[in-house]
Design a protein. Structure first.
Length: 86
């Protein structure tokens, strides 16, 4: 997030004002401090237009781990049905 702020040539004070947080909170956020509220991170992502990437990342079609689980479960159902017909 610090890189995005610097690329936009925004001071910490200006960015903190836009996020409605203090400069120390912004500094902690830029260091990845997990104690900073998730809403602050989401607001920062929105300011950087990164929310579009997050929307794509949370799209169920893009959830490959869940897709793999569903395929595995379907294979197991198919295998159990096939063995029941033998």
């Amino acid at each position: 997030m610090a890189i995005a702020r610097k690329r936009r040539r925004q001071s910490m004070e200006a960015w903190a004002t836009r996020l409605q947080v203090s400069v120390p909170t912004l500094r902690r956020m830029e260091k990845g401090d997990p104690s900073v509220a998730a809403g602050v991170y989401l607001t920062a992502a929105w300011l950087m237009n990164a929310h579009l990437a997050m929307a794509s990342a949370t799209d169920p079609k893009e959830d490959l781990a869940a897709l793999e689980q569903e395929i595995h479960a379907a294979k197991q159902r198919y295998a159990s049905k096939a063995s029941a017909h033998e």
